[in-house]
Design a protein around this ligand. Structure first.
Ligand code: TRP
Length: 465
């Protein structure tokens, strides 16, 4: 078997993992969730959840990966618990499903770069009317391009592919986002936008918002499917897992927060300070923003193009991590060479994504794929896969991973692995907290999210108002 890849140093790992974390979730989803969920109250809750609930899961995943040097399925086998490797299999299935639709959304965003640079500001209306997403030739071409770019990076291996690409893309992304923040703050009504973003609105917070924030934190940090078991398996024993996980979490939260600083002034500018349109949900980026760029005149084409390039870069470092998980499985467990494994896996996932691609209006069947119990409207295939894999499988996976680490593998073994590269860890407050979290807090909360999602999404039973 070929030598297993490794990140060349700690920075390489942090960049790759932060690249996985920072994605469409941060720039597309986070701002509109803040808009709908009580502004600063949501932001504060989100921060808390990232560190209190998600951080222990992240550390656990990385430690399992580094200990075993294996993909999520092989990791459970290597620890001697073959009957737990179904958790890894669930993770790999989740990765395949998430990438299959995530690539389609990434393709929409990537297409916008061209539309806006060419001055086609009407694209927002086309999106709202469904004519953009149902233009299957265009979207298909963008989606193929995006998957090929992802596969190309992954095919070059861990240090020469994933690490090298993220070391270029992440700094570029940070420069672009800072530029856009500064630019948006110079626009009229910028401060009204910021006030909307950062003013706490307790009245809007309800149970649904709280568990929405939890789910979002979990997805954004790329947890629950073994993406970080996989990346952790390429980490050297000298690395301090606690410090790395802290930096990854900070980068993810930081970039989501900064994305809000850019987004709300944009919307304020368009709405003349009334913030109308901010509640538009998913439409915020694809429908509202083209209007903002149009109102900026000639500069709008450039700013708009840059914005969607930013979104595409963020998505690319995430699709890379999603593809790496099934690839690592095929390479480790089936002994297939990396290149071959990559192109095969990418092709299969692309095919699985075709129904998602068709569900944006092109195919009536996939666009109105399923009507959940108690729902008024049908759900399209893409949303259905996202509801299933991202919102349901990931919390379930996280629950199983923490239960496994705490009660099966045992917390002492976990702590011992973490302490390699972190000399003061054993006996520290952090180690006590992590033990507590994976034994009680994480299983309880993740279990609750799982149950609430299944009941609320699929069966129309809203436990919280
Ligand atoms: N975290 C990414 C985002 O916010 C998406 C993502 C990439 C992901 N890899 C993952 C989510 C693994 C869960 C698991 O857009």
């Amino acid at each position: 078997m070929a030598v297993r890849g490794q990140f060349s140093n700690r920075l390489g790992f942090i960049m790759a993992a932060a690249g996985s974390a920072v994605g469409l979730g941060n720039i597309w989803k986070f701002p509109f969730e803040v808009g709908q969920g009580g502004g600063a109250v949501f932001v504060a809750m989100y921060l808390l959840f990232c560190f209190v609930l998600c951080f222990p899961v992240m550390v656990t995943e990385i430690a399992i990966g580094r200990k075993t040097q294996r993909n999520p399925v092989g990791a459970f086998n290597a620890l001697g618990y073959k009957n737990w490797n179904f958790v890894g299999k669930l993770g790999i299935l989740s990765g395949i499903l998430i990438l299959s639709f995530y690539n389609v959304v990434a393709a929409w965003a990537f297409g916008y770069v061209f539309e806006l640079v060419l001055g086609n500001f009407a694209i927002g209306d086309a999106f709202a009317a469904g004519t953009y997403t149902s233009d299957i030739v265009k979207i298909g071409a963008y989606a193929i391009f995006f998957m090929v770019a992802t596969a190309f990076i992954v095919s070059k291996g861990v240090s020469k592919g994933i690490e090298k690409a993220t070391k270029i893309l992440m700094p570029t992304l940070i420069v672009i986002i800072l530029f856009l923040v500064i630019y948006s703050l110079t626009l009229d009504h910028a401060w009204e936008g910021l006030a909307f973003y950062l003013k706490p609105e307790f009245g809007e917070v309800n149970g649904k918002v709280v568990y929405g924030a939890l789910g979002q934190a979990f997805f954004s940090l790329s947890l629950g499917m073994g993406a970080l078991i996989t990346y952790g398996s390429y980490v050297s024993k000298d690395d301090n897992i606690i410090t790395s996980a802290t930096l990854i979490t900070l980068m993810d939260v930081g970039i989501a927060f900064i994305a809000g600083l850019m987004m709300f002034p944009f919307v304020a500018y368009l709405s003349g300070g009334t913030m109308e349109g901010v509640e538009g949900g998913a439409g915020l980026i694809f429908v509202t923003l083209p209007g903002v760029f149009e109102s900026l005149g000639a500069a709008g084409a450039v700013i708009g193009g840059i914005f969607f390039l930013l979104l595409s870069f963020a998505a690319l470092t995430s699709t890379v991590s999603l593809l790496e998980v099934p690839v690592a499985y095929v390479v480790d467990e089936k002994g297939v060479k990396r290149e071959r494994a990559v192109w095969l896996t990418a092709a299969v996932i692309f095919l699985i994504g075709i129904p998602s691609m068709l569900s944006g209006g092109y195919s009536e069947f996939f666009s109105k794929f399923i009507t959940y119990v108690g729902a008024e409207k049908a759900t399209d295939f893409l949303t259905f896969v996202s509801d299933t894999a991202s919102d349901t499988f990931l919390p379930l996976g996280g629950l199983l991973i923490t239960v496994f680490a705490a009660y099966v593998w045992k917390k002492n073994n976990l702590n011992e692995e973490i302490s390699i590269g972190a000399p003061n860890y054993i006996g520290s407050f952090v180690s006590k907290y992590i033990s507590f979290a994976i034994m009680y807090l994480c299983p309880a909360v993740l279990g609750l999210i799982f149950v609430l999602t299944v009941l609320g999404k699929f069966f129309g039973i809203q436990v919280f108002g």
